[in-house]
Design a protein around this ligand. Sequence first.
Ligand code: 5GP
Ligand code: MN
Length: 341
Amino acid sequence: MKNLFTKKQYDNLKGYLQSAKHVAIITHTNPDGDAIGSAVAFSLILKKLNIDSDIIVSNDFPEFLHWIDGSDKITVYTKNRQEARNAIKTADLIFCLDFNSLSRIEILGKIVRETTVPRILIDHHIEPADDFDLKFSYYPISSTAELVYRIGTKLLETKILPKNIAEALFCGMMTDSGAFYHSSSYPDFFKIIANLLDCGVEKDRITHLIYDNFTENRMKLLGYALSKMVVLPEYASAYITLSREDLNKFDFQIGDTEGFVNYPLSIKGIVLSLLLVEKDDHIKLSIRSQGNFNVNEMARKHFHGGGHLNAAGGKMLCKYENCKTELEKIIKDYEKKLHDT
Ligand code: 5GP
Ligand code: MN
């Protein structure tokens, strides 16, 4: 398997870990399967190395991830502010997983900036910020969970992992590759998946827990969202907008709109898909594309966000009533690029 990181990086990491007594592991806001899977797996790996850690996130994560062993110990800032703050303030080493800039973790970023301890990044997003003392950053890879697998097996000096670690890693690799649909077209990805199965991962059970765990309301919200989708064939684009009122009608629970943005890409000829969801003080955007249309660039330029080549996110600060007009203006600017994809 190709080495993604240098001996010096690993030596530095081991040096930091040797003097660490209590570690904070932080992952991104609106945590997804890769965020939670990689953070929990990394925490369990540190435990095997006799290092204690806390996992801290800025807001809650969806119920379809609650089966992950150890996810119940995660400290959620919005539910337990003092505990989250203390966990960061008392850590002697901070790991940042599955995001590439402290601006991505909102209030937690401010708390991290108030500390002076080393910060280590493990992440697969393009163009990491200068916020870290040591970076394990590699973007042409499926997931942060895959990086944690590669780093963790090096630290533990074995590929034989306990089932709970293997399942958390499997969760990250599966969800971030859209259930092996994208970002996974290289043999090492499947070699790692094969090894995780060898470690006892029950693939069908986990798949079922993640993908067949929706409420009736969530399915109906999906149907409603698709029924109001706007398709712009002349721009090879489609988008869905959901207002707070729409969400309330279907008793919205966190995580319910996860995956919605992928559906418009199944339409023949559509290469750009956007989902706009009204939040308290902004509109949250999810953006997906096919081929070489770069949504990371689009999110950075227009939506205060970022992400990957084909999956990115960000926000719009206009009123919900105006978001369609604003969005269509931006899409029209990309007409040539959309047709060249
Ligand atoms: P999602 O649409 O699933 O929320 O996010 C897709 C990808 O874009 C993820 O890799 C996520 O980390 C990234 N992303 C989502 N929202 C933001 C944002 O507001 N800022 C940045 N920089 N990246 C984001
Ligand atoms: Mn990820």
